[in-house]
Design a protein around this ligand. Structure first.
Ligand code: DC
Length: 226
């Protein structure tokens, strides 16, 4: 029997990460934050080479020799380690997110990260979130969700997340950065952010986390128990 995979795609601040983690915990599945992979690669390349879009860089070699780990701390929160060093806070910076979106346009980067994502699939199942998981990476996923929300709501949520993790930001600036990133992620030629044709779409603008999670859980129960 194949290992069940549930994907969540959508723009930043749509709620996909929060809901995907809650669902993974409920089902006892593994959780993969694919945005954290792009952010980790961007951080490493930025720190070591400065320019992330340098044609001379051997992206495959850099990514394949990198050690990216997701570890759970005593509170069951996920911490990101790059080459054994904790980088959870550094990768959440909105400037690193912009660099992640830039490297995400490079085919060699996407191919190497795709390998990592596919190797991550393990029993009893996987919940993964990102931009192209249901459309490209895990086309055969059993259940696919596509989450959206208004730009105002997404910026508000991102501001709260950043503040909660001790990172300073302001709303108008954040809104512009999210719009810039949406533009890059939706209009790139490879694996753009799109709604997979067979995905369940949820607009989370007027819903709180519990309401979104109830809708998602209902769909998952229906599909997994069929
Ligand atoms: O989900 P996030 O905001 O952490 O993602 C950061 C960037 O990484 C996003 O703007 C584009 C890129 N990304 C991608 O291209 N494909 C994915 N599956 C996940 C993220």
């Amino acid at each position: 029997m194949s290992i069940p995979i549930i994907t969540f795609d959508g723009p930043s601040g749509s709620g996909k990460g929060t809901i995907a983690i809650m669902l993974a915990k409920k089902l006892n599945y593994l959780y993969l934050d694919s945005g954290a992979l792009y952010r980790s690669v961007a951080l490493k390349i930025y720190n070591e080479y400065g320019d992330v879009e340098n044609k001379g860089l051997d992206y495959e070699k850099i990514i394949e020799s990198m050690n990216i780990e997701f570890r759970y701390d005593s509170k069951n929160d996920i911490k990101i380690f790059i080459d054994k060093k904790e980088c959870t806070k550094q990768i959440r910076d909105e400037n690193i997110a912009s660099l992640a979106s830039k490297i995400a346009k490079i085919i060699r980067v996407r191919e190497s990260i795709e390998k990592f994502q596919k190797n991550y699939v393990n029993p009893p199942g996987l919940v993964a979130d990102g931009r192209d998981l249901g459309s490209i990476v895990f086309k055969n996923a059993q259940i696919k969700f596509f989450l959206t929300a208004s730009i105002e709501k997404r910026a508000e949520r991102r501001l709260k997340q950043l503040k909660d993790s001790g990172i300073s930001a302001n709303l108008p600036d954040l809104k512009n950065k999210l719009l810039e990133r949406d533009e890059m992620d939706m209009n790139r030629s490879i694996s753009p952010l799109v709604k997979p044709t067979d995905a369940i779409e949820i607009d989370t603008t007027k819903l709180n986390i519990i309401e979104v999670f109830e809708k998602v859980s209902m769909e998952v129960n229906n599909k997994l128990n069929k």
